[in-house]
Design a protein around this ligand. Sequence first.
Ligand code: SF4
Ligand code: SF4
Length: 276
Amino acid sequence: MKIAVLSGKGGTGKTTVAASIATSLEQCQYIDCDVEEPNGAIFLKPDIKESLPVKVPVPRVEELKCSGCGFCAQACQFNTLAVVKGKVLVFQEICHHCGACLIACPQGAITEMDREIGVVEYNEDGTFMQGKLNVGEPISVPIIRELKRRVKNDMPVIFDCPPGASCTVVHSIEGCDYCLLVTEPTPFGVHDLKIAEQLVRKVGIPFGVVLNKALQANGSVQEFCGRNDVEILMEIPFSQAIAAYYSQGLLPAEYNPEWKDRFRKLYEKAERGVQG
Ligand code: SF4
Ligand code: SF4
């Protein structure tokens, strides 16, 4: 089974939940798709053995062949190319690698060259994988694709997704059997949970909610879930002890067997959610 752990907003405890499930299962593959800020490794402490560059093709213009006609810039839907005084300027960072400019060029003046945007890293048996996007790079989908090419099919897979509800999240949850939406009982938490809920409903993947930093006095998430027929699978209390261990890189499931059991049961509930 493939489970995606996502949250409408950052800082809700998404990685705590994803890494805790990974720690609680006998065997699984953990994939950190939060490529702008992967931090599952802080908790799972894998022995990284491989680091492979992720490269994307971007256009290169041969000035001697170029007539300055501007057809390439007209063909590009992403404003990656501009023709100024007969010279083609290429803004490589925002290229989406569609190849339209190559087809549009009547002079055959455009070829492609590789450009590195980040890396994928993994341990010896590939049960831990993470992507890292280079600082300043705006497009992370190719790294998510590279991670997903290495998904194992003979064990449970836990995806730690990027925060938000952008195309990187859509690519991360694609092909998953179940989504866990992690949220917190704040107005922002409820607002972003609503967006994440709409996303997973649209993609058509069964899902449930994990409420982190739960306070008895605040029932906003319970209210939202009740109104929208969404099941809350687990509540993690607002706790100074959990926060103190977290700051030392320790998960609740690591120092308390009860939590290990609770996260294993969370996985089983997700499994039943897929079957049901
Ligand atoms: S490959 Fe596509 S996105 Fe990139 S510059 Fe060419 S037309 Fe634009
Ligand atoms: S389409 Fe080809 S020839 Fe025309 S400006 Fe672009 S690169 Fe130059």
